[in-house]
Design a protein around this ligand. Structure first.
Ligand code: 9WN
Length: 725
């Protein structure tokens, strides 16, 4: 792990440590002094990477306050900390409800049900998962009761979508979406219970918190609930705020999936959560989708219509896998528009909680425009689920940068990253820990498959030694081969996502056609390639395709690392010579400079392949050569005529992805290993910096590099060798 991550991981752990109360974790040191429902879920996820006992205790403490009808309260109050928050138990008066637990102080509403997701994570991350089974057995019925409560009490049409009845239940309290139903509540100051806000007593700037008008409505709703003794039927009859929210329902849907897996682990029948997940996913797709806007909206159950306000919550069905492929593509376009800070647009962080193009967008006010780590974190998972890896990487870059550069705040300015709300915010720390663990810390151990392959692979694998030769004039071979590679790109490479559909490609006529043409390379003379651009395109495309060919033919499952010396052993016979993937990369495209992992140059003094060496080296090839792994550049096809522009675009995309993190506050730049391995191709450290400067789009980052070039330190990110499938 990079040193800087280690330092910040330690800070994140300290925050969780100091917010620990003895049985659960406060969301923040003073602003939120009790236990909050969904915060505890996120906190348990982060902590589970290094501790199992506390995350279990965190969840169990919360469930000790579960209502007897199954509802899991939004807040469990700490009796020792009363007097600093509003509203507290005296205002909620939950004792009026027969379902409220005795001996526990709680609020009378719930929150997005992330708990099952957290429980599954605790199990997965435990060093001894078997020891966690008793906890799973204890907590599973409680989780099931919670979900059953939501489907029984909050889904009046029995359609798989549950409603929230208070903005605090959404977790995204003053989201502009709620303006529409809240506006209909006319406040009569005389009859509204008297109250005093306490949230502004903690040194937080009032302009970044909800307004007094919003608080009046929050209070109005709580008063309504307590007046009917929290009887759901009566609430439903009179409550002006009943909303089916895509965020809440997506989390519920995703949590059902975790419940299914937990049920399977402990040998319980998984049918109920399974059918809930299916029903909710279908209902989200059908009822919450706005075809014209290409976005998911909340549905106002009182007005019986969609609330046409677009916030980050509208992307969260991706997290639940509740999105049809066409809807996913529309969401992706929306996410890549100026509305939500397009990829590499360079002037804001992703993702602002509200469409930046809307009049009411506010970069600093709470849920009306800033960035919240938990939302982006869920979206990152959703994007990966649908294969949008490049975008997920870019979001991850923002997620890591924000706490490192601006502190572990509650939320962040979407334009300049300034931290707002509370400092030392627990879920920011916890999800930072999760992210570093998931994506930057360690390589997954390779299993028995690797050993099997090793035994099989004793020598070189010549991939183009098939009998069938192409029926074309050898002069046309290069052109035909390039057409064929382009067809593979069009059909099986997802250039947005940087992924290859190896399964689809394997038995396709296009791949069979390519392999026959590759056999023809045995009679091909590379000397017939004329001009630097033609050579660059030919060898780059051939490198990328020999890797794909080898992944398929050697049956690579998880990573090219399964095959010892993959890049040295897989070869094409071209004319009278053999070329490994390494020969193409280091021998030809890198001008035969010695690779960083090898004692000699690949083509010795008398090697006839030296005639094919391409100099000078164009360092941009490193963002076009794809080694079949997730940390490589996304795969594409390079056209002879446009290759210089295309290499420029590839470099720009890479430099602005999560493979380059500029951290001005630390005086550091975190870089992909590619910049270390191939430093000399860029002209040494200084050359690397010039290169990054040239391609970086963010003005502030550019300025920082310009002004600090002499003292900048480099650190390198973990390289992810998992297959780009
Ligand atoms: C009301 C604790 C909670 C979060 C919410 C966030 C904020 C509370 C408040 O703080 O809400 O629940 O007083 O503003 O909006 O998501 O769970 O961190």
């Amino acid at each position: 792990m990079s040193r800087i991550f280690a330092d910040y991981m330690a800070r994140a752990r300290n925050i969780l440590e100091s917010n620990w109360t003895g049985s659960s974790t406060k969301p923040a040191p003073s602003l939120y002094p009790h236990q909050w429902n969904w915060d505890s879920g996120f906190i348990a996820i982060g902590r589970s990477h290094y501790d199992t006992a506390r995350p279990i205790q965190e969840i169990e403490t919360l469930f000790e306050a579960q209502w007897s009808n199954g509802m899991l309260p939004q807040i469990v109050f700490n009796p020792k900390e009363l007097g600093h928050y509003f509203p507290e138990p005296d205002f909620w008066q939950t004792e009026r409800c027969p379902y409220a637990p005795s001996g526990k102080l709680t609020s009378g509403i719930t929150m997005p049900p992330v708990q099952a997701i957290a429980v599954e994570k605790i199990y997965q991350n435990a060093s001894r998962p078997r020891a966690v089974r008793p906890f799973l057995e204890r907590i599973y019925p409680r989780l099931l009761e919670l979900h059953a409560y939501l489907y029984r009490e909050r889904d009046p049409h029995q359609e798989g979508l549950v409603y929230i009845r208070h903005p605090w239940e959404s977790g995204i309290d003053n989201s502009p979406t709620w303006d529409v139903p809240l506006k209909k509540i006319a406040i009569d100051k005389e009859s509204l219970p008297k109250y005093t806000r306490r949230d502004l007593e903690h040194g937080v700037d009032p302009t970044v918190r909800p307004s007094d008008d919003e608080y009046d409505r929050y209070v109005f709703l709580v008063d309504l609930f307590r007046r009917v003794d929290y009887d759901e039927f009566r609430i439903r009859e009179s409550c002006p705020f009943l909303v089916q929210d895509p965020l809440f329902n997506s989390i519920l849907c995703r949590a059902n999936e975790s419940l299914v897996r937990i049920a399977e682990i402990i040998g319980e029948p998984p049918e109920a959560p399974h059918s809930w997940a299916k029903k909710t996913a279908e209902a989200i797709q059908r009822k919450l989708w706005h075809e014209e806007h290409g976005m998911f909206d909340a549905h106002d159950l009182v007005a019986e219509k969609l609330i046409e306000v677009h916030t980050a919550a509208g992307f969260l069905p991706l997290y639940a896998g509740a999105v049809k492929p066409k809807q996913a593509d529309r969401l992706y376009d929306r996410l890549n528009s100026a509305s939500f800070c397009a990829l590499h647009q360079g002037n804001c962080f992703t993702i602002p909680n509200y469409d930046t193009q809307m009049e009411g967008f506010d970069r600093s006010n709470y849920w009306r425009g800033p960035i919240w780590i938990n939302i982006t974190w869920m979206l990152t998972h959703g994007l990966r689920r649908y294969g949008y890896t490049v975008k997920a990487d870019s979001l991850q870059k923002d997620l890591l940068q924000l706490p490192i550069r601006f502190g572990f705040h509650e939320y962040f300015d979407s334009l300049d990253g300034t931290g707002y709300g509370s400092e030392d915010f627990s879920w920011t720390a916890a999800l930072f820990i999760d992210l570093v663990h998931e994506f930057y810390e360690s390589e997954k151990p390779r299993g028995t498959f690797a050993r099997r392959i090793k035994a099989l692979l004793t020598g070189d694998t010549i991939l183009n030694d098939g009998r069938e030769m192409p029926d074309i004039n050898p002069d046309r071979l290069a052109a035909e081969l390039m057409y064929s590679i382009r067809r593979l790109r069009d059909k099986f490479y997802d250039t947005h996502r940087g992924m290859v559909d190896y399964e689809g490609l394997k038995d396709s006529p296009e791949f069979q056609g390519y392999r026959i043409l590759a056999n023809g390379l045995r009679e091909f003379r590379p000397s017939c390639l004329m001009g630097r651009k033609a050579k660059l395109a030919f060898w780059t495309n051939l490198y990328n395709t020999i890797v794909v060919d080898a992944v398929v033919m050697l049956g690579v499952k998880e990573s090219v690392k399964e095959v010892p010396e993959f890049f040295r052993k897989v070869k094409y016979a071209i004319g009278p010579h053999l070329f490994s993937a390494d020969d193409i990369e280091h021998g030809i495209l890198r001008g035969n400079v010695r690779p960083w992992f090898y004692p000699f140059r690949l083509f010795g003094p008398r090697d006839p392949r030296r005639a094919m060496i391409l100099t000078p080296v164009d360092p941009r090839i490193h963002f076009a050569l794809v080694c079949g792994s997730r940390s490589c550049a996304p795969i594409d096809y390079y056209d002879e005529e446009r290759i210089y522009d295309e290499l420029g675009a590839a470099a720009k995309s890479f430099v602005n992805s999560s493979e380059v993190l500029v951290l001005p506050e630390e005086g550091k730049v975190l870089l992909s290993e590619i910049f270390r391995w191939y430093e000399r191709d860029f002209g040494g450290k200084g050359g690397v910096l010039d290169f990054i400067f040239d391609y970086l789009v963010d003005e502030k980052e550019r300025r920082f590099i310009r002004e600090n070039s002499a003292n900048l330190r480099f650190e390198y990110l973990h390289y992810d060798w998992n297959l780009n499938r």
